[in-house]
Each structure stands twice: as structure tokens, then as C-alpha cells.
Design a binder for this molecule. Structure first.
Ligand code: GLN
Length: 199
């Protein structure tokens, strides 16, 4: 049976994630409301603008339902802004917005815009643990992952900073794998979804 996945579709690059997962054989539903999580095995939190997505998540009442979804075994993958939403702590947010809302499921700190502004966005061949050839990673006003806890496995670093991590049924990357033709990270997430849920 093909997995049934969701893509948080409030803002950002959700269409690209959806398309890629569908090409790989998954059934995909766009998630905008808590009821949309029903019956899914995994959820992608796309890149975009994390303060905007967070505000829309509050309006939709999605924070606790996504935490409950994960607690019940649902796999989560946050890319870029999605990583920021997963983190336990967030640094580098514009102070005028106050403390940034977040799911606080990934035991790490996300530092926003760690590589600078839009003009400092870049594409780089990235060595990823478990992959033979480098992955073409697109970084757009990307965060980095700091202070990963003991249960967080760092799968890739760029410039000595963690940019791809896994923690149980949770995957987080600082870059945009949905904006390249390379499907290997989406395949990795599908394997994580298919792995048995620990009881
Ligand atoms: N800089 C954005 C933020 O902090 C994230 C950028 C992205 O998702 N490409 O929300």
C-alpha cells in the first residue's frame, strides 16, 4: 500500500513537495485544518517564511493537533522554515514579533537566517551520511541547527554547522530538497514513514 502523507499547505513550497512525493508513489493530501491530519502517516512542513506559517497555524488551530499526530506515531519532516517550526528553541527571529511559536519537538535550536540575507542564498553539493554522491542543496535564507540533543543524529553539515538531522520519526533540513530534481531526501522520508513505529 502506498503511504498516505500530508503537506502543510498554508504558505511556502508545499506544491513542490506534494508533486515530488506523488511522483514517488505516495498519496498526498494538503493539510490546512486539524481534520486533514486524519489517517495520515507523515507530514511535511515546507520551507517558506516561518513567522507567517506560524501565524497561519495559530489561526487554523494546528499546533496541538500536529504534536498529537507525532506523539501517535506520525512522521514529520521540516525543510527550512519547517525546520524552524519543529525546533525546541528558535534564535535570530525579528524581535518585534516576540517569542516565535514552535512545535518544540526537535531537541535543538534553530538559528534563523544563519547564512545571511536573500542575496546570500546559494546552492552547494552536500555530503549526506548514507548517500553515495553529494546532494545538490539549495539554501535560501536558511537556518542552521545548533545544540542538538543526544537523540539527534546529524546527517549533514555545511561549514561545520548542522543542516540535516534525524531524531526518531522526525527529519529536519535547512535547505530545499523539493527545489531540485534529486529525489533522494524524499525517498529517505518515505523510508522513515515506512519504518515500524516504536511502541
Ligand atoms: N528565512 C526563513 C525563515 O526564517 C526561512 C527561509 C526558507 O524557508 N527558505 O522563516
Amino acid at each position: 500500500m502506498s503511504p498516505h502523507l500530508g503537506v502543510l499547505a498554508l504558505q511556502g513550497a508545499f506544491r513542490e513537495h506534494r508533486l515530488r512525493l506523488e511522483i514517488l508513489g505516495a498519496r498526498v493530501r494538503e493539510v490546512r485544518l486539524p481534520a486533514d491530519l486524519e489517517g495520515l502517516q507523515g507530514l511535511v512542513l515546507p520551507g517558506g517564511e516561518s513567522t507567517t506559517i506560524a501565524g497561519l497555524m495559530t489561526a487554523a488551530g494546528l499546533w496541538d493537533p500536529i504534536r498529537a499526530f507525532h506523539a501517535a506515531g506520525g512522521a514529520l519532516w521540516g525543510s527550512c522554515a519547517g525546520l524552524i517550526l519543529l525546533a525546541r528553541e528558535v534564535e535570530g527571529a525579528p524581535p518585534q514579533f516576540g517569542r516565535q511559536d514552535r512545535l518544540a519537538l526537535l531537541d535543538a535550536t534553530a538559528r534563523r537566517n544563519a547564512f545571511g540575507r536573500q542575496a546570500d542564498s546559494f546552492r552547494v553539493p552536500l555530503q549526506i551520511r548514507g548517500l553515495d554522491a553529494p546532494f545538490p542543496a539549495v539554501f535560501i535564507r536558511a537556518p542552521v541547527i545548533e545544540r542538538p540533543g543526544p537523540s539527534v543524529e546529524v546527517l549533514a553539515e555545511y561549514g561545520g554547522r548542522a543542516v540535516l538531522v534525524r531524531q526518531g520519526r522526525l527529519l529536519a533540513c535547512a535547505f530545499h530538497p523539493e527545489l531540485t530534481a534529486d529525489a533522494r531526501l524524499h525517498e529517505l522520508f518515505l523510508r522513515l514513514v515506512a519504518a515500524p513505529v516504536p511502541t
